[in-house]
Each structure stands twice: as C-alpha cells, then as structure tokens.
Design a protein. Sequence first.
Length: 98
Amino acid sequence: MLVEIICERYHCVMYDYAITTVEFVAEDFLGRVEVRPIVRRGNKENAERYLELCRLNGRHLSVPTILIDSRVAFTDVPGPEELRQAIEKALADEETPA
C-alpha cells in the first residue's frame, strides 16, 4: 500500500510534521506500507505526480494532503490513531474480494 503526503517544499514545518506522523504509523505495518512524499516545489517528477493525483481526485489538492493508494484520506495531519485506523481499513478493503 502506498501512502503519499503532499507538501509544499522540503523541511517546512508541515512537511516534517506530516512525514514524521506517517512514518511513525507505517512502522506498525511491517513493510506493508510504502511512504512517499510529493513535494510540489520539489522536482519535475514530484510536480507531475502532484498533477496526476489532482486529476485522479478531480480537484486541486491542498497542503498537506495524505493519500492512501492515490485517494485522498486526509487534508490535514491526523493523529496517529486516526491514521492507523484509515490504513487498517484500506488494507482490509484490499484483502476483501470484489
């Protein structure tokens, strides 16, 4: 499962807070969760991914936004327990046959 965090630039306060929170929670899932920051003012690859995520979600994505498997999960930084529950639900949904 991929968890992406949209931030404005590297090492701003929201970047550090969001990345730290997501990485902290991801540790509980023993390699089942990949964490990837998307920095809007990063490089061409980040900018292209940001635009793709906006297109997939049908709207401009604010900073910070946390996405689980390319879908908006949070438009702010949740507490660890709230994020953990969202990841658990997404993992359970992946395992449920369609």
